[in-house]
Design a protein around this ligand. Sequence first.
Ligand code: SF4
Length: 75
Amino acid sequence: MTIKIELDKFHCKGCGACEEMAPDIFRMDETGEKADLIQEEVKDSSEVEQAAVMCPTQCIEISYNHQGEEGKKDA
Ligand code: SF4
């Protein structure tokens, strides 16, 4: 299973929670006001799921890819 991550930068308010939860996946951009995705696909969902739950504007979306079948889960 792979996990695809999408980040809605428009709604990101730059709180930094995602970077704190999953620094391998998210990083604040050069302005420090928006998060950037470092990885768009990961194998371990735990960190990114926590980040998605912590995000105050719910702008992190996760899609699960089970052996070719895609399932979507709202963060
Ligand atoms: S947790 Fe959400 S609002 Fe906060 S920096 Fe990350 S993506 Fe932006």
